[in-house]
Structures are given as structure tokens and as C-alpha cells.
Design a protein around this ligand. Structure first.
Ligand code: ARG
Ligand code: ZN
Length: 886
């Protein structure tokens, strides 16, 4: 049955305190749960219904007496309870058999928990919903040799030895919290520790716990954590509220990381890094995720969600906060813009397709079957864009005031997205946000990416330029009609030779220099700019000021002007993307075979000058030179032939490789590291551009039969001083299909056989390699037989199966449907082990309805094959049901 937002009611009972005692044992852990409950006076009298899943119930005591209870739809139901009472529940569970990785599980002989969203019910019977907040006292007991470290939320208040080689630790969390923020960890771990003094003089202990061999990979996570603590205090006045803040890494984890109060649990992928094993991208992800989880301490933990429909309240806000954090750590405006472009690229390649497909849902959904399916790019990334638009509408200072008011008002509460938006508006009563709040909140309610059609006309006589906008939003599941959104559109005007023009809006006094925010509220609206001697080139949606699809009939000449001159780096990049996309679509939809000149001379010349421009940072050049992805190109088409898209994009890559050969050589030589390795954005950008140059040099060499660059690449692979350079060299050999790739891959495996995260890269690179005559699928099947492969480890499963099925469209979509058959087999296989990971994989054919034949029918058949299985998890069932309905 679907859970619906409109059905929300407050709980009939409150839980004030919880005392948990664990006797940890991998095959039979005993959990004693003593709670103080009281009736919620605002709700009608009713039975107590506690959630529980895969638990063995041994005993239920009410105020110390045996009580009668019944099981109903998986819930433990108790009637005839007093107003307030103590409830004691004793259960056991089996962590070692927990392959779902929800609740209490064992990974490499260590106990971990994952409770968000509904995992706590797999540990004990509880009101497992975020609006029930309690004070927790946790006692952990375990064998001292096997589990020397015993951790839970809050402060360690007691510890000591027990008979039979066992020991215990007791933890008290000073803050009330919902059950999804509970955590425990027990095992053989070591910690990097750092004491820091906050602004108010208080001392805090920061700890990063890992397995013994990994301590040399924790420095960056610790540095990121320290930066996070300082940043949240400096930017938003939000201090660390705990004496001790712990991060623990596990190699078996469904997601990236989890913000349990004071005890964040992380996927090793987002903790462990040293220069020999981690790439610049890993370093940057670690910084973001450490920041993200730390910022949840306020946006999520101190103020949490009333119900799971409000998930974006904490996730959208916290993604926005981690994006701002990474930007504020940048040394200059160029690096900030690079970060913004990267974030927008994620939104457009992952969230826009979601919003256009069968799983489309509002930032605040109206219903779900399985909440785990709603940890989506819409909730996270689009949610962050909604918060960003609020900041745009009230200004940076105004937004900080709004955040302050939000936490003043709601500290210690479980609230809604309405409460958040209201606080930001109330702190800025004269803002456009306050004036338009009810309409602005349509961003929470309406799904689908809005289309913004813009049209410009110049009136020489009046010396005026009119920008006319029309907004619309395509229908999405359950929503056929949409009301207009509030869309902040940042606009600038350029002269034809690329100078920034002053903006004089008709009817306004002063002209302004630079960007203006036009606030759209109507289905169609126009703005007249005066005092213009010639038709300007409009730069619209600067910085991607709203998550919309902008449609403007730019001429190639106008795009070239923007690419060469716009003061807004985002729109400079965007102009290049539009030009490349235009050529790609032309070649794809053309009936002629794909030639080798997809890109025109003007584009090539523009890329040549970008590469040679000494004023531009390498990171920015790398973004501009990166062609739109196959996924992004496919989204622009009504009917998609993935093979044709792949062929065209490969032709474009090769064209850039050969036409700019001399420039790539120059870029490679000019962007070599000089000093010691540092992962800062500037040096990372240089390595990225050098790596991109190598890919193109190897591509061109493979086409021409030249051996020099592949040889140099192999040499670089062998003596690189860091993983970024080494991996980029390996990637250049693999992705150009050069014969030297095979020995390099073998050598890479031999060097890093004991580094799980590096072996993930090794698998992923091969499963994601460009297809050559259908070679990737047989390779993927072979990789699954490799002794290092395991379906049970989510990172490993993702590195092979997802890299092929979800990140390699040119190899996955085969005319013989073998890719789809492989996919459906893996979904079914995974579903029996780990429904969350399976359901994620099941999203892989969301866009089947857009495919050309024979792909479309074959894809549909593969989805139906999964749907035909009678005992699918709720997770996977929901995904395939929606896919077939859409
Ligand atoms: N709250 C976590 C984060 O965004 C993610 C937890 C996801 N858990 C899940 N079961 N889907 O940092
Ligand atoms: Zn989060």
C-alpha cells in the first residue's frame, strides 16, 4: 500500500527515554530495550503499535509485569495501556546474516548500524518515525579481544571489564533524537584524533576511526572535518555542540555516508585517501561528504524532519550547504565557477532525466511505497537548487539571517519544508521571496523540469531590446497540469563584440552594471531594456540561477561571442555545450552515416583558443573541452538510438583529438606538476587537463598508428607520483582501445591488489570503457568471475554492474538485447541480497520509453521479466511498477 503525505497524523504515543543494552554477537545479538512512554494528549486514545522487522521477540514487560500483546501486519500491538509507563522489550537478531545492510550488520568482523530511514526497527521494536524524539542511553557489551572499540552516540560515561574476557561501554547522548539517528560501532578500529578549540573556547575531540592498515589515509578526512567545523561557525554561526565528534569508515555501505548524531558512519570511499591510492576527484568528494554529514548535525539532527515526505528539508538544505562549503574553500572566483558547473552537470545529467521519467516526483513527494527509493537526485540536488533560489531571492546576508531564524525557531523539533521556507521569508519580510512565498513553494509541490522559452527582439528606432519569456512544465506522473513557478533569471547583455553592457530596464531610474535578477511569476512575461545602440547578445540564466531548461534560439555567432567573452563563467561554458550539442543532434538525426566532421571549423577554432588561452584556469578549460555526455545528449532527443548517440560522440572526440593534436601536446606539457602533490582545485585542474590531453593524444595516435604518445602514456602510468596521474594514464590507454591497455591493467591490479577502493576503480574502468564491436559485455561477465568480485559488497557491485548498466550506454544498449538480459538477471539476483542496491540498479531502464526500436521493446521485456518475479522486495517492486506505468 502507498504511504500518502496527506495521511500524516502525529503519533498516539511519545517515547521520552530509551535505554538500550546490547550483547553483541555476530550470529545472535541480544537487545534489551527499556523505554519510558506516555500518551500524546493531542491524539485520540489508541493502541501502541511498534514497528519491528526480522526480530526474534523474547519478552515484553509493561511496568515490570508480563503484558499481553499481539502481532498485526508486522507490528507489535499492545492495548489497554496506562497514560505513562515503562516498556521493556527483549529481542535478538542476526547481524551476520544481514545482507541488506540496514539495521545492525557485520562488515569485516566489525558491527555497524544504518538506521535511516527505517532500519532501527530491525534492531528493536520502536515507533520508528522521525517525529518521535527521545533521549538515548546505550550500553554495549562484547568480547574485548574481538571488539576492543565500542562506540555509540554522544558521550562515553562508563566503561570497564566484564567476566569471560568481555567488556562494556556506556554512552549517553545529551540530545533528543529520532531513531534514524541512532548508531553503534564495535570492532577492531584505530583512530586519528585531533583536538580543536571552537570560537567560544570550548574544546572538542574529533576522531576518524578506520581499520589498522588505513590510518595513513585519514589525514584528508580529518582536515575536511576541521574545515567543516570552522566553516559552519563562520558562515552560519552554527557551532559544534558535542564534546566528541566521530567518523567511522566501513567498506560495506549502501550509500555514501550517514549523519548519526556525533557518530557519522561512512563508506570508506568517502574517508580514505592518500596520494598513492586516491584521485583528485576522490579528495574532492571526501571534502564534500565529510562536510555534508557534519552540516547535518544542525540541518537534520538539531532540527529534523516531521515525516519522510519532508526529506528534502534536511537533504536539499544540506547539499546546498556542502556545495557552498566547497565553493567557499576555493581560492578564487574561477574555482568557484568550476564547482558550480560540476554541480549543474550532475543536476542536468541525472536529475533532469529523473524529472522527465516514470519516477518523477516533487521535491516534497505526495506518496511512496518504499521511502528508500526516494533518496534521489530530485530530493537532494533539485532540493538544493530550491534552497539556492531562496538565497538568490533574499541575498547572501538575508539567507544567513533566515538560517539563524530557522534554527532559533525550530531547534529540537521535527518540522516541515513549509517551516523552513517560512523562516527564510520571515527573516526577509521585504524580499521577493516573502512577497511570493505561496507561489514559490510550488517548487516543492510540482514535479518536472520547467521549460523556459526566451525570445529577444531589438527595436532600432526605440533603441530597445525586449526579452520575452514563456514558462511551461511538461506533465509528469500524477500531475497533468502545472501552475507557473517563481523563476529567478539572472541576465546580462553583451555587445556583439563581447563587452558587458549596462542594463536599463524600461520604467526604472538608474541603469545597473552587470547581472540582474529578473523574477518571473507568470506563464509569459516580457522585459524591455533601453538605451541600446545595437542588438545585444543576451546572457540568460547566469550561474544557472534556476533549475530550468532554457530554450533560446541563439545563432552560432552569438554562442561564440558568449563562449569567448561572457563575464559569467557558467554561461561561457554553457555556450560551448550548446554549440557541441547542436552539432551532435544534427549528426544524430541526419539520415546519412556518421562522418568524421561532426563539429564545424568555428567550434574547433573556438576550442583551440580556449585551450591556448593563458588567462583561463586549466580546470575551466577541461570542463569546456568536455563534450556533453551521451546521457545528456539522449535527453534532448525524442527518440533515442543509443548506438547512434555513442557513434556520434566518439566521432566528435576523435575529431577534437586530431584537429587539436598540437594543442593537446602543448596542454599536456604545460600542465605537469612541479612541486609536491596537493589536491587543491588549482593543481587538480591542471592534472585533469593533462589527463584529458593524454586521452586525446592516445585517441589520435590509435587512429594514425603513431606509437609515441601511447608509449609516453605507458611510461607516465609506470612512474606517476600520484593516483590521479597514474589513473588518467591508464584511462587514456583503456579508453583509446590501445593494445598497451592490457599489460597496464594487469600491472595496476598487481600493485593495488590489497587496496579495495583502487580495485573498485580497476573494475569500473573496464566495465565503463567505450564499446568496440560489443566487447564490453563479455568482459563484464568475465569480471564477475574474477576472484576479487563480490555481489554482496555494494561498492564492488557498483564498480562492475552499475559502471556497465548505468554509466556506459554505448555498451549497454545492444541490438541483441543481451545487455538488458544481463541487467534483469543482476537486479533479480541482487534483490534477494540487498533490495536498496537492487532497486537503484532497477532504475537503469527508467527511460526505456524514449528508446528507438529494437531497444524499446527489448527493454520493456526486460523490465517485465523482473516484474514477473513474485517475491520482489517493496523497493524493486515500486521501481519496476512505475517504469512500466510511465
Ligand atoms: N542521510 C544520509 C545522507 O544523505 C543518507 C542516508 C540514506 N539512507 C538510506 N537508507 N537510503 O547523508
Ligand atoms: Zn544527507
Amino acid at each position: 500500500v502507498a504511504i500518502r503525505r496527506e495521511d500524516y497524523t502525529a503519533p498516539a504515543w511519545w517515547i521520552d527515554t530509551v535505554e538500550l543494552t546490547f550483547d553483541l554477537d555476530p550470529s545472535k545479538t541480544r537487545v534489551l530495550n527499556r523505554m519510558r512512554l506516555r500518551r500524546n494528549p493531542d491524539q485520540p486514545t489508541g493502541a501502541l503499535r511498534l514497528d519491528g522487522e526480522e526480530l526474534n521477540l523474547a519478552r515484553v514487560l509493561v511496568d515490570g509485569q508480563g503484558a499481553s500483546f499481539r502481532m498485526e501486519a508486522g507490528q507489535l500491538v499492545i492495548d489497554n495501556l496506562p497514560e505513562a509507563f515503562e516498556l521493556e522489550i527483549f529481542t535478538t537478531c542476526c547481524p551476520v546474516k544481514n545482507t541488506k545492510l540496514m539495521g545492525l550488520f557485520v562488515s569485516q568482523d566489525t558491527f555497524f548500524t544504518q538506521c535511516e530511514a527505517e532500519g532501527f526497527r530491525r534492531i528493536t521494536y520502536f515507533l520508528d518515525r522521525p517525529d518521535v524524539m527521545a533521549n538515548y542511553t546505550v550500553t554495549l557489551r562484547a568480547d574485548k579481544t574481538a571488539y576492543p572499540v565500542l562506540l555509540s552516540n554522544g558521550n562515553l560515561v562508563d566503561s570497564g571489564d566484564l567476566p569471560d574476557g568481555r567488556h562494556f561501554a556506556q554512552w549517553v547522548d545529551p540530545f533528543r533524537k529520532p531513531s534514524y539517528l541512532f548508531a553503534l560501532v564495535a570492532g577492531k578500529l584505530v583512530a586519528r584524533e585531533q583536538r580543536i578549540r571552537a570560537r567560544n573556547g570550548k574544546e572538542h575531540l574529533l576522531q576518524v576511526f578506520v581499520r589498522a592498515g588505513d590510518l595513513d589515509k585519514t589525514e584528508h578526512a580529518m582536515t575536511s572535518l576541521i574545515h567543516s567545523v570552522l566553516w559552519d561557525e563562520a558562515r552560519f554561526g552554527l557551532p559544534l555542540d558535542l564534546d566528541r565528534f566521530m567518523i567511522v569508515a566501513t567498506s560495506d555501505f549502501n550509500m555514501g555516508a550517514m549523519e548519526n548524531k556525533g557518530l557519522n558512519i561512512f563508506n570508506t570511499k568517502y574517508v580514505l585517501a592518500n596520494q598513492a591510492t586516491a584521485t583528485d576527484a576522490d579528495y574532492s568528494n571526501i571534502e564534500s561528504v565529510v562536510g555534508h554529514e557534519y552540516f547535518h548535525n544542525w540541518s537534520g539532527d538539531r532540527v529534523t524532519c516531521r515525516d519522510w515526505f519532508q526529506l528534502s528539508l534536511k537533504e536539499g538544505l544540506t547539499v546546498f550547504r556542502d556545495q557552498e562549503f566547497s565553493m567557499d574553500l576555493c581560492a578564487d572566483a574561477s574555482a568557484r565557477a568550476v564547482k558550480r558547473i560540476e554541480d549543474v552537470r550532475v543536476l542536468r545529467t541525472a536529475q533532469f532525466p529523473e524529472d522527465a521519467g516514470p519516477m518523477a516526483h516533487p521535491v516534497r513527494p505526495d506518496s511512496y511505497f518504499e521511502i528508500s527509493n526516494f533518496y534521489t537526485v530530485t530530493i537532494y540536488e533539485k532540493g538544493a537548487e530550491v534552497v539556492r533560489m531562496m538565497q538568490t531571492l533574499v541575498g547572501r546576508k538575508g539567507f544567513e539571517r533566515g538560517i539563524t531564524l530557522y534554527f532559533e525557531r525550530h531547534d529540537g523539533q521535527a518540522v516541515t519544508c513549509d517551516d523552513f521556507a517560512q523562516a527564510i521569508a520571515d527573516a526577509n519580510p521585504d524580499s521577493e521571496l516573502a512577497r511570493l512565498l505561496p507561489q514559490f513553494k510550488r517548487w516543492y509541490a510540482q514535479s518536472g523540469s520547467p521549460r523556459l522559452l526566451a525570445h529577444g527582439s531589438y527595436d532600432a528606432e526605440a533603441r530597445s531590446y525586449t526579452l520575452a519569456f514563456e514558462q511551461s512544465c511538461p506533465p509528469t506522473p500524477g500531475q497533468s497540469h502545472k501552475e507557473p513557478f517563481v523563476i529567478p533569471v539572472n541576465v546580462g547583455l553583451l555587445s556583439e563584440d563581447g563587452r558587458e553592457l549596462p542594463l536599463q530596464l524600461e520604467g526604472e531610474g538608474q541603469a545597473t552594471a552587470g547581472t540582474r535578477t529578473l523574477v518571473l511569476t507568470e506563464a509569459s512575461q516580457r522585459f524591455v531594456f533601453t538605451g541600446l545602440d545595437a542588438a545585444p547578445v543576451p546572457s540568460i540564466l547566469r550561474g544557472f540561477s534556476a533549475p530550468v531548461v532554457l530554450d533560446f534560439a541563439y545563432t552560432d555567432a552569438q554562442l561564440l561571442t558568449l563562449l569567448a567573452n561572457d563575464i559569467d563563467p557558467f554561461n561561457r561554458w554553457e555556450a560551448g555545450q550548446r554549440l557541441a550539442l547542436r552539432s551532435a543532434i544534427q549528426a544524430i538525426t541526419d539520415s546519412a552515416p556518421v562522418g568524421n566532421a561532426v563539429l564545424d571549423d568555428a567550434y574547433i577554432a573556438a576550442m583551440r583558443s580556449v585551450l591556448g588561452d593563458t588567462k583561463l584556469d586549466a580546470a575551466f578549460k577541461e570542463l569546456v573541452l568536455t563534450l556533453p555526455s551521451e546521457t545528456y545528449i539522449a535527453e534532448q532527443l525524442d527518440v533515442v538510438d543509443p548506438q547512434r548517440v555513442h557513434t556520434v560522440r566518439e566521432a566528435m572526440r576523435l575529431q577534437l583529438a586530431t584537429a587539436l593534436f598540437a594543442e593537446w601536446e602543448q596542454a599536456y606539457d604545460a600542465n605537469q606538476d612541479t612541486g609536491a602533490y596537493t589536491p587543491d582545485p588549482l593543481s587538480a585542474g591542471r592534472r585533469a587537463l593533462a589527463g584529458m590531453a593524454l586521452v586525446h593524444l592516445c585517441l589520435a595516435a590509435c587512429a594514425s598508428g603513431d606509437a609515441v604518445w601511447p608509449g609516453r602514456t605507458l611510461q607516465r602510468f609506470k612512474d606517476a607520483g600520484n593516483m590521479t596521474d597514474r589513473f588518467n594514464a591508464l584511462n587514456a590507454l583503456v579508453s583509446s582501445g590501445h593494445a598497451l591497455a592490457a599489460p597496464a591493467l594487469a600491472r595496476f591490479h598487481a600493485i593495488f591488489k590489497d587496496e579495495a577502493l583502487v580495485i573498485d576503480k580497476w573494475f569500473s574502468l573496464q566495465a565503463g570503457a567505450p564499446d568496440r564491436g560489443g566487447n564490453v559485455l563479455p568482459l563484464v561477465k568475465q569480471l564477475m568471475k574474477h576472484p576479487d568480485f563480490s555481489l554482496k559488497n555494494p561498492n564492488r557491485a557498483r564498480s562492475v554492474i552499475f559502471s556497465y548498466c548505468s554509466a556506459n550506454p554505448g555498451a549497454f544498449h545492444r541490438t541483441d538485447a543481451a545487455g538488458y538480459v544481463f541487467w534483469s538477471d543482476r537486479v533479480i539476483e541482487l534483490d534477494a541480497l540487498n533490495p536498496q542496491v537492487a532497486a537503484r540498479l532497477a532504475r537503469g531502464l527508467d527511460r526505456w520509453n524514449k528508446l528507438a526500436e529494437p531497444y524499446r521493446s527489448a527493454a520493456r521485456e526486460a523490465i517485465m521479466r523482473i516484474a514477473a518475479k513474485p517475491d520482489l522486495s517493496k523497493d524493486t517492486r515500486e521501481v519496476v511498477t512505475r517504469a512500466l506505468a510511465g
